[in-house]
Write a protein that binds this ligand. Structure first.
Ligand code: HEM
Length: 492
């Protein structure tokens, strides 16, 4: 077990709770919601604190200001990721999200930027809307399975923008991607990663050894993940050969890097496969979760829905569906999206790691420390967001009804690891949310069961009982289909 560094010549470590020998500060940690424990510690020790958990030095940052000072302004030192000890074992070591800071990460991010910067994302708008309109129709016809239809929406957006692949409900390629992501989330838990990080010797124990049965699961996981890397890439190559490929992250990368024969530059091809295969896991869960939080909040706040619907009706009317031309005229809808993201950050803590020693405000920040941004604590900053637990979209509006400058950019992280899909994420959220608001009133049926929330690293409601009541009695599936076919999708 590594000793906590002590060196008389160095500035002191940031303040923090006194660690218990060997296990550190794990006692007293709320394992269902560690970010709440960290936020309580921040009240005692400040917005930059030091803690020690199972052999790992951890710096917790609880204010956006310090996160910008360190992760944005000193990004060279703060853009690594902690090593996840189980990643290679489960076949997930190649993802962009876990990549160590260095040339490989740079190349991955270059590929993302070719497709997902603000101006390029605009060209995907018709696709996003087409999928969002399709989701409305599916929910109208089968509302008991609304959560599955929302997932089909996010998954099919991701498959379209990443691979130019048109996924249908129950699609086999989506199943491959989803299976790989779900297996990984189920078996490669942070607890196991922490355990293997602290006791690497466990990795060499055979799978028949007590408690080691998941080594078999790991092998299974590795196989399914290998398919998720290969199969969609092969689809794009085939469609390019057949002349049917539509624009996507992978087809952009293939043409920008002039990949002709894969055998000539296998390393580059591998980077394209790996960066693109990261998108499903990074985008579907986050976007889906945010839409579930939105539905939960809308059902709880009929007055907010009513105000948004009045805004939409005055701009869009009732004889067509909303599209991106309407976006600048719908500030209240945008305020709802920002407030939804703020009110419940779906990734409440974000791990980066330091790749060099640093000193900040007189405190020593060691190389190799995990740096956790507590987004949940940032969302509860009373100065920026008075009465932070209240859901209040108006906090993002000026007195004249225009939007404030705060677009909750911190929700997407910081520095050189900031979410490269943030423009696409925001556009998908807008398309889904504005369509739902325009078309349905969302309610929770009387007497419905209590809503359950996820525990641990992500935070969102699990699918709950929810009614989608069409706002206009005259609108049935047939009428909706005709609104969709007469929409302005082509000239967006
Ligand atoms: C509402 C939707 C989304 C949210 C809330 C979200 C949030 C985040 C956050 C907080 C991070 C970590 C940033 C950091 O460490 O500083 C991240 C990373 C990432 N996101 Fe997103 N994201 C969303 C959608 C997307 C989409 C649509 C894509 C792809 C098109 C995407 C691709 C990625 C990738 C590849 C990373 C890893 C970047 C790296 O490690 O360098 N995300 N996202």
């Amino acid at each position: 077990v590594r000793k906590i560094r002590r060196n008389a010549n160095r500035p002191p470590l940031p303040p923090g709770p006194t660690p218990v020998p060997f296990i550190g500060n794990i006692i007293g940690m709320d394992v269902d919601a560690p970010y709440i424990t960290y936020a309580e510690w921040a009240k005692m020790y400040g917005d930059l604190l030091y803690t020690y958990l199972l052999n790992q030095e951890i710096i917790v940052i609880s204010s956006e200001k310090i996160a910008i000072e360190l992760l944005d302004k000193r990004s060279v030192k703060y853009s690594d990721r902690p090593v996840v000890a189980t990643a290679d074992m489960f076949g997930f070591g190649w993802t962009t999200s876990l990549a160590r800071y260095g040339p490989r990460l740079k190349l991955h991010r270059k590929i993302f930027h070719q497709t997902f910067l603000a101006n390029t994302v605009a060209s995907y708008r018709p696709k996003l809307l087409q999928k969002a309109y399709g989701m409305l129709l599916h929910v109208l016809q089968d509302q008991d399975n609304y959560a599955a239809h929302i997932e089909t929406f996010t998954a099919s957006v991701v498959m379209a923008v990443t691979y130019g692949y048109d996924a249908s409900p129950g699609d086999p390629l989506v199943k491959t991607m989803k299976y790989a992501t779900d297996t990984f989330l189920a078996v490669a838990t942070p607890e196991r990663a922490a355990l293997f990080g602290a006791f690497p010797i466990l990795k060499s124990l055979p799978s028949w050894f007590p408690f080691m049965s998941f080594k078999r699961e790991a092998a299974e996981c590795k196989k399914s993940i290998a398919r998720a890397i290969e199969e969609p890439y092969e689809f794009v190559k085939r469609s390019i050969d057949e002349g049917t490929a539509s624009q996507s992250m992978v087809s952009d990368a293939i043409s920008n890097f002039l990949v002709g024969d894969d055998a000539k530059d296998p390393a580059l091809v591998q980077v394209i496969k790996e960066s693109s295969a990261t998108v499903y896991g990074a985008a579907v869960e986050t976007t889906n979760s945010t839409i579930l939080v939105f539905l939960y909040l809308m059902a709880l706040h009929p007055e907010v829905q009513a105000r948004a619907q009045a805004e939409i009706d005055s701009v869009v009317g009732t004889e067509r569906l909303p599209d991106f031309h309407d976006q600048p005229s719908l500030p209240y809808v945008e305020a709802i999206i920002r407030e939804t993201m703020r009110w419940n950050p779906v990734t409440p803590v974000l791990p980066h790691a330091t790749s060099e020693d640093d000193v900040y405000n007189g405190y020593y920040i060691p190389k190799g420390a995990t740096v956790l941004m507590n987004l949940w604590a940032m969302s509860r900053n009373e100065e920026m967001y008075p009465n932070p637990s209240v859901f209040l979209p108006e906090r993002f509006l000026n007195n004249d009804g225009t939007l404030t400058d705060d677009n909750v950019s911190w929700i997407f992280g910081f520095g050189r690891r900031i979410c490269p899909g943030r423009y696409m994420g925001r556009a998908s959220l807008w398309a889904a949310m504005v369509c739902i608001l325009a078309f349905f009133r969302v309610e929770r049926p009387k007497g419905s069961k209590e809503v359950k929330w996820t525990k641990g690293l992500t935070s969102h409601p699990l699918p709950f009982e929810c009614s989608f009541i069409p706002r206009h009695k005259s609108v049935n599936a047939e009428k909706l289909a005709s609104l969709i076919s007469s929409s302005r999708l082509q000239d967006i």
